[in-house]
Structures are given as C-alpha cells and as structure tokens.
Design a protein around this ligand. Structure first.
Ligand SMILES: [Zn+2]
Length: 154
C-alpha cells in the first residue's frame, strides 16, 4: 500500500482544499489550484507530475486494490480508507482518471456546470465523488479502435 501511496503522491499534485473546514488551507484556496490538464475533484483539482505511466499505475492498483477496477462505483470514503488518507484517496482517483483507467463521477459532472456551488459541495461532502472503471472487455477510452472503425476516416 505504501508503494501505491508513494506513486500517487509523487506522480500527481493537488491544489489547496476548498471545503472550508480544513484548518491548514490558505485564505484563497480557489486560487491555489493547478491548471491545464486537471481532474476536478470538487474539493481541489489534481494534475499529473513527473510523467506517470498508465500501465505502471494499473499494475500497482491491481496489486493492492484490484476492486477499484471491477467496474462498480467506488467513492472517496472507501478509497480514502484504503489509503488511510482521504486527500491521497482523492488524488489517487484523479490520477487514474487522468491516465484513462476509469471514469470520474462528481456532483459537477453529474448535475452539470450550472449547478450551484453550495449544492455541489454538499453532495461532495456526502461522498458523491466516485470512480468507475470500464467493465472487463469494454474499452471506452481506446481511441485507436475508434479511429480504425470503418465509419471514421482519418
Ligand atoms: Zn478541506
């Protein structure tokens, strides 16, 4: 588990927590967030650092918590408990999402960008930030096979 945690913290970076209850958060946590290719974890944004490798990360996840990849939804309460740290848990979810290992479901992605922020935060606080891997055999992230399909001409 330590290896997986280390992989997460050394290959992803998170912004300051915006939950409003973290005593170590800066005064303007919204402005202390990574930009560019990010995963919006509601409480903070996550970005990749130091070239994480999808196969390597998938191997580590399979070794420690293969259930994360079983195609069912797994929330950050569960993943945070697996990793003994809710912040690292959210980071682990963001890292896998950015690498294409699983989908990320949050109140913002489910309810839409127009949903008021207090509702988004409240729903997130209830645990409604989850990941869901594609079922074995299904490859929704495989762009190559899409490009090879006869309907798409390159
Ligand atoms: Zn917080």
């Amino acid at each position: 588990m330590i290896f997986l945690r280390d992989y997460v913290t050394s290959h992803s970076m998170r912004g300051a927590c915006t939950c409003g209850r973290c005593i170590d958060a800066p005064e303007n946590p919204q402005e202390v967030q990574p930009t560019g290719h990010i995963a919006d974890m509601i409480f903070f944004k996550v970005t990749l650092v130091d070239n994480p490798n999808k196969e390597e990360y998938e191997r580590l996840v399979r070794a420690y918590f293969p259930q994360w990849l079983d195609g069912k939804e797994h929330g950050y309460f569960e993943i945070g408990a697996d990793l003994d740290d809710q912040g690292v848990g959210l980071q682990a979810m963001g890292l896998g999402y950015l690498l294409g290992l699983w989908n990320l479901l949050t109140p913002r992605s489910v309810l839409g960008a127009g949903c008021p922020d207090d509702i988004v935060q409240a729903a997130a606080g209830q645990g409604l930030i989850t990941i869901q891997a594609s079922l074995p055999g299904a490859k929704p992230f495989d762009l190559n096979s899409l490009l090879k399909s006869p309907k798409v001409k390159s």
